[in-house]
Design a protein around this ligand. Structure first.
Ligand code: FAD
Length: 291
């Protein structure tokens, strides 16, 4: 499945769910249950992340194989930080043999292991990795965008210049880091269009799963916790888990409604390998005929 074609041809917003590879056998069993629960929602595709420095190379491959074995259209991610061109070629060859057609290509971040040494021929930025893959393979390629700017970017404008380079080098669609205000997303799309980026740009949705996780991820990703959410998270501190999930679903639903009403080409939901919130969001949007 070539995702960019899906965005181009679909009459309805394209729905995708993101997962990370389970770390051990117990997590693997939980992952299988999550997929059993989410598959009946028939998302257009599912995606599997790839750990920094190749740390989840085999786990990502096995998880992609698992999804493809269930006949779920699957996008494999590749984070190239520090990896040699040979290593990347091996990963890509295996995905190609498996029948993967779309690779979401990211730079990744420096792994935490102290002794990690980037390969001298590794690719400094995602645009370089995309250029390399596009020159050797026929994969459909996607890349990451950041409505609030990448956390290390000099400025949002500079970050968009770099996004343009990724697209010029072969990325055919952009999936965005999540943000908690859809106005950030639409302003970003306007800026990208003004910069000459014409490919589909997809908003990322991260429901609130727990107060602690929401605050931690927002810090790592540079996502603003908008005022009313910050106040609600304070109120929910120490509340029971279900109340937090309910709030997260309601907030995400309101965001999705706003995005869909303005005609976004798709929604990409960060499931964090959990089924209930995503199930409730999708079911509600379908009941409201927004999907
Ligand atoms: C949807 C999504 C999925 C993700 N999945 C994963 C995953 O599976 N595994 C993982 O490890 N990480 C993942 N990430 C996180 C991502 O790897 C990090 O955000 C990483 O820091 C940047 O990756 P990138 O591809 O955006 O990098 P780049 O596009 O290379 O940008 C990185 C930084 O360098 C700057 N820059 C880019 N090009 C240039 C240039 N030519 N010259 C100077 N500066 C430049 C940018 O402005 C930015 O600040 C994901 C992010 C998103 C949004």
């Amino acid at each position: 499945m070539r995702v960019s074609k899906l965005y181009q041809d679909s009459q309805k917003p394209v729905i995708s769910f993101e997962f990370f590879p389970p770390r051990d056998e117990k997590a693997g069993q939980a992952f299988d249950k999550t997929i059993d629960a989410l598959k009946p929602l028939s998302p257009d595709f599912m995606t599997m992340t790839f750990g920094a420095g190749g740390s989840t190379k085999d786990g990502s491959y096995q998880a992609v194989k698992n999804l493809m074995g269930r006949e779920i259209p699957t996008v494999a991610y590749l984070a190239g930080f520090g990896l040699s061109p040979d290593y990347i070629t091996q990963v890509l060859d295996r995905y190609r043999e498996l029948g993967v057609e779309t690779i979401f290509t990211i730079r990744g971040d420096e792994p935490r292991e102290k002794d990690f040494q980037p390969h001298p021929d590794s690719f400094p930025y995602a645009c370089d990795l995309i250029k390399f893959i596009a020159s050797k393979y026929d994969f459909d390629l996607g890349c990451a965008g950041y409505p609030e700017g990448h956390i290390d970017a000099e400025s949002l404008d500079k970050d968009i210049e770099h996004l343009k380079r990724k697209v010029d080098n072969g990325a055919k669609y952009v999936v965005c880091q999540y943000c908690y205000d859809e106005d950030f997303f639409f302003a970003y799309v306007d800026k990208c269009r003004a910069a000459g980026i014409q490919v589909p740009i997809i908003p990322g949705i991260m429901p609130v799963y727990t107060v602690k996780l929401t605050r931690m991820l927002a810090k790592i990703c540079g996502t603003t916790i908008v005022n009313d959410m910050a106040a609600n998270l304070d109120k929910l501190e120490g509340a029971d888990a279900q109340a937090v999930l309910d709030y997260g679903v309601e907030f995400a639903l309101e965001q999705c409604r706003g995005l869909l009403k303005k005609g976004v080409p798709g929604l990409h939901i960060y499931t964090m390998n959990r089924a209930p919130s995503t199930t409730r969001i999708l079911t509600a949007l379908r009941d409201e005929n927004l999907l």
